[in-house]
Design a protein around this ligand. Sequence first.
Ligand code: FES
Length: 188
Amino acid sequence: MDKKHFPVVNDISFKWSGQVMEHIDALAYIGKKQGDDNMYVITRDSGNGITHGTLGGMIIKDIITGKDNPWIDIYSPSRISLKAKGIFLKEAGNMTAQYLDWFKESDIKNVKDLQPGQGAIVAEGFKKIAAYCDEENNLHVCTAVCPHLGAILQWNAEEKTFDCPMHGSRFTVDGIVINCPAISDLKK
Ligand code: FES
């Protein structure tokens, strides 16, 4: 946000950010849940919950009343497209490649080189450390190994978080988990 687009704004009091998870074919799942005759789902909203809520009401009503609707197949939770399969395989390869970070050099050589407000991944032998130096020069140190499936985290200087490149888990500078799929904090 800037003065050019919002000239009436004087001070910015609060800032926030959100992460939108995009799925393989970028479309929601709306319709009959696989293997269940009386259960319907509207999911994979990816930031479009209000749109999908409306769309879902129309699609699911048509499924229940037996009315034709071309969107039923498009949004069907049981669809599998060839394109989606290809993207899935590519992403699976990309995820596996993230494990190479175990052999990568440190962002910095020594935690003492960190400036106030800066974080980094530091390697001590085969140990990977997520280190952050706060504005008062206190050091915060956790393991840089993601508790989900063991990928090495990366420092996100913009948000001041440690993020996992594998499936998107995120942690505060003190190692508190703030985004799934990881469900536990980083070990100190
Ligand atoms: S390994 Fe980190 S989120 Fe899966």
